[in-house]
Design a protein. Sequence first.
Length: 400
Amino acid sequence: MFDYLIVGAGFAGSVLAERLAVSAGKKVLLIDRRNHIGGNAYDHYNDDGLLVHKYGPHIFHTNSHHVFEYLSRFTEWRPYEHRVRASVDGLLLPIPINLDTINELYGLSLTSFELKEFFASVAEPCEHVRTSEDVVISKIGRELYEKFFKGYTKKQWDLDPSELDASVIARVPTRTNRDDRYFTDTYQAMPLHGYTRMFENMLDHPNIKIMLNTDYQDIDGIIPYREMIYSGPVDEFFGFRYGKLPYRSLEFKHETVNKEVHQSAPVINYPNEHPYTRVTEFKYLTGQEHSKSAIVYEYPRAEGDPYYPVPRPENSELYQKYKALAEATANVHFVGRLATYKYYNMDQVTAQALALFDKLRAQRVIGEGEMETVVANGNGNGNGKHSSNGNGHRRKDGSA
Ligand SMILES: Cc1cc2nc3c(=O)[nH]c(=O)nc-3n(C[C@H](O)[C@H](O)[C@H](O)COP(=O)(O)OP(=O)(O)OC[C@H]3O[C@@H](n4cnc5c(N)ncnc54)[C@H](O)[C@@H]3O)c2cc1C
């Protein structure tokens, strides 16, 4: 008898498996219908020995010390600040739009102050900012919107930005300084030996059994368990009772090129040309040295694996119906991006999973007298290295 059946071995499922096994002494069966752990963050060495992210580039960034400290128990980090260029008018320009983007695009030499005035002069006032189009045009005007955003958004979502929630583009800032980093979070780093190795360390515990190539429906009713943690699609769990929750998918075309460097930035976005949205060169992310280089093209698709929930009001309403069913389902806890129909970054899903663990503990679902066994990394150097008992976990008394 397992205490927990955990469906999905991505961040949501793996964090909970680790916490329940290590910190609460629970017996956990972790299953995934894919043939690997790590969910969408899975990485592996390709036939040429290059480390690639199977489901597109995953860059870790967070402002949460708690999340960073927690994951640092399972990996060392490689400092990495992500940078993206957009191919516009034959130039490769920094994105998010900053001072250099505008100066290079228009052959100007504006100062930060002058750029603010420039944006103010081209911005089109909008009384009620409702759509993604409104967000951009009210900040930087129609021309920049058309050069940088309109085509990319159309390709990505197969919807015009005027049909998409303001929240989609609100994620992309515009800067008046020369900061060309894609993210500004306090912690920005990549797992030194990759995500999969980090997951392996996380799940290496005698209380955790892993079954791959297994859909939970294949074993439901056959393998006994007390509670379920479910990180798969919530509509699928309920047999699509109210209809399908819409997702946008991607097709990844991986390639190895026979040269050391393929492009001048980790990611190049193509808002206006080509059917793909962007090209990533993995060596920038992984720091790997190799005579060849691995790249991936992303082609947005209507069908395929569910990647991006489509943020439109009618979809939120549909999700609310499934959420009500989920809340009324005893002994099943829904967690992660598919089970809560929300685009979450990896750190947000980690935080959500840690919060669920705390909730289960507070509700005493986990049981009394079970104590925290993993102590915080107290060395304060933030590199996440600590001595351990060999499997990355500390013993019950907290010693290594
Ligand atoms: C292209 C792309 C790029 C991204 N880039 C970044 C980035 O740079 N930085 C960042 O922080 N985040 C990024 N993300 C988001 C990141 O992928 C998610 O935050 C993270 O994967 C969520 O983890 P999860 O455990 O909720 O879901 P998942 O990783 O999807 O894991 C869910 C798992 O459940 C399994 N499953 C589902 N149903 C069943 C079933 N019935 N039975 C058995 N198993 C099942 C699936 O096979 C899957 O492995 C990106 C996402 C995409 C799509």
